[in-house]
Design a binder for this molecule. Structure first.
Ligand code: FE2
Length: 578
């Protein structure tokens, strides 16, 4: 790459809009629009994220050499359809494409829109959405040779892409699963049926799944939930799967996700505030199990064909940590890497890598685990906000040690440090933390702060060297995206983070991942003998993770968080009422 080349990656055209800046092949800023406007999974143009990226990089838009996009709107133009359909997308039908364009109403000129919005005169490069997903997980994996796979709701028209990668070159071998054959959209449909928000709350359905039993018979029927889901979605050939359209409606009507047949078979759609019945749990279970079966079978075929020992996974479906855990448990690969922003937010990263590869042909994968390049604030800025709110606080020279003691005393800590994480998981810079014990800590946290569904688990962060002693896992998982069984002899030590199926979505923390967060867990370990903290995102239900000191202070004041550790400062709720 030529000297000081500056690339701005933008994810716009779908949900989770985002931006990032890469300078000379290195990321300097990764920002998500939802954090600035308080609207999860926003589709808004990421103007705040772009502005913050430019601020972090200390450059203006005029200094950007290239804008690289994670969509290619040319693929949704009717005049290009014949070319798009052949030769790689044999299962794609032109009538489906026309319907898709009608449903998405996205035929406007991206390039001119962005040019005008940003007053940018330089080069703008569109990229295939799923190729961005692939690049976003291959290049930072550090794996030289790998299978690289993405599954999501939908990109332009593809719902999945499969490639092999070697020496920095990604070679697509299968454009699989074109719309409407989408595992991501099927999961979204069932999420909607179960009363939660599609393209948002799929993780809740995943959390509900272990409470169900898909071997039960459907209400008044002769088939089991499992058998019906085998009818709904089934593999075709080695790498494809198809969805029987009689069960879905999203291919035909906007925002109508499932068909009448689905409701007649499984029972009424759940109201968002309604009771969770047994059949809801069985549907969640059947969906999750079917997803796992299909993808694991697909990956086994890939292993047979290419023999690759490492897997890079991306796309919204890769946020399903239970699926990722099953892939690891199956032992198909020696190691898997899941990019922390596997959803569409992370495609901005992939678009930058693709531009870097175009400019610097010898770009190679390089292990990168530090995704804390969002908004950051100085201690002066933080202190000013504390003063604005008349918060009583101290500047604590022994902050880590003292917060560890508070955690040991089972207090709830709002932990706000350095740059914001990129992706949906709080990885120790915008986190709410507690001890992983006693078991009731989960309910206390829910009733005082998070207000989540009681069945949903909280996740553990563990010093990496202890991971294999506490969990059935032999690899690092720094992005909290792989579920693993908790060792039976450790369940009673960390009961607040154990899910009903005895798994947990763990985050391993090493010095290279997040040193300050690691020091806190080390101090807690020293204090209690336990190398694990409960780590959940610093937000309340339905809100994005807090981004600024202002957001953090508001969340601290409006919930029963006991202590706010923000920059070098500590504010205790007890002192506020004094
Ligand atoms: Fe995507």
């Amino acid at each position: 790459m030529s000297e000081n080349l500056k690339v701005l990656g933008i994810n716009y055209g779908g949900h989770d809009t985002s931006a990032c800046i890469m300078i000379n092949g290195k990321f300097v800023a990764l920002c998500e629009e939802e954090r600035y406007i308080g609207k999860k999974h926003t589709r808004n143009f990421p103007e705040n994220a772009i502005a913050d990226c430019l601020k972090k990089a200390s450059i203006s838009i005029d200094q950007i050499d290239e804008i690289t996009l994670s969509y290619n709107p040319e693929m949704l133009k009717i005049e290009n359809f014949d070319q798009i359909i052949s030769p790689n997308r044999k299962n794609l039908k032109i009538e489906d494409l026309k319907k898709l364009v009608q449903l998405r109403s996205q035929s406007f000129d991206f390039e001119n829109f962005i040019r005008q919005k940003l007053n940018f005169k330089g080069k703008i490069t569109p990229n295939l959405h799923h190729l961005c997903h692939l690049a976003s997980c291959y290049y930072p994996s550090g794996f030289n040779d790998a299978l690289v796979v993405s599954h999501d709701g939908i990109g332009e028209i593809d719902c999945s892409l499969m490639a092999t990668a070697k020496d920095g070159k990604i070679s697509i071998f299968h454009h699989g699963n074109q719309w409407p054959n989408s595992l991501g959209l099927l999961y979204a449909s069932v999420t909607h049926y179960l009363g939660w928000k599609y393209n948002s709350d799929e993780g809740i359905v995943m959390g509900l799944a272990p409470y169900g039993d898909d071997t039960q018979l459907i209400p008044g029927g002769k088939k089991t939930f499992k058998e019906i889901f085998k009818d709904i979605v089934y593999p075709v050939g080695d790498f494809d799967y198809e969805i029987d359209r009689s069960w879905i409606a999203f291919h035909d009507v906007r925002d109508k996700w499932i068909s009448e047949k689905f409701v007649q078979t499984f029972g009424p759609k759940r109201n968002p505030e309604g009771k969770i019945d047994e059949h809801h749990k069985h549907v969640a279970c059947a969906l999750q199990n079917r997803l796992e079966e299909i993808i694991i079978q697909q990956l086994k075929k890939c292993k047979e064909k290419f023999g690759l020992k490492k897997l890079c996974l991306s796309g919204g479906v890769a946020l399903n940590c239970s699926l990722n855990g099953k892939i690891v448990e199956n032992g198909i690969f020696d190691e898997i890497f899941v990019q922390p922003a596997s959803g569409d937010n992370g495609t901005a990263i992939g678009a930058c890598y693709l531009s870097a590869k175009n400019l610097k042909k010898d770009l190679k994968p390089s292990k990168w685990d530090s995704y804390y390049l969002g908004s950051s604030f100085t201690n002066d800025e933080i202190e000013q906000q504390l003063k604005n709110f008349k918060i009583k606080y101290i500047k604590d020279k022994n902050l880590t040690k003292n917060i560890a003691k508070q955690l040991a005393n089972q207090r709830i800590i709002g932990w706000f440090q350095d740059g914001a994480e990129f992706g949906p998981r709080a990885l120790g810079n915008r986190s709410i933390l507690t001890a992983p014990f006693p078991k009731e800590m989960k309910d206390i946290l829910n009733s005082k702060v998070k207000f989540r569904e009681s069945f949903r688990p909280f996740a553990p962060a563990i010093l990496s060297e202890f991971a294999s002693s506490y969990f059935d896992i032999q690899q690092e998982t720094p992005h909290m995206l792989i579920a693993a069984n908790v060792k039976s002899d450790k369940i009673s030590e960390i009961p607040a983070i154990v899910h009903v199926d005895n798994t947990a979505r763990l985050q391993t923390v090493s010095s290279s991942d997040n040193l300050d967060f690691r020091k806190l867990i080390e101090a807690f370990h020293k204090e209690t003998g336990c190398p694990v903290l409960l780590n959940t995102s610093f937000n309340v239900k339905g809100q994005p993770i807090v981004n600024s000191p202002l957001d953090a202070i508001k969340c601290f004041l409006s919930t029963e968080i006991d202590v706010l550790a923000i920059g070098d400062f500590v504010a205790d709720k007890r002192d506020q009422s004094a």
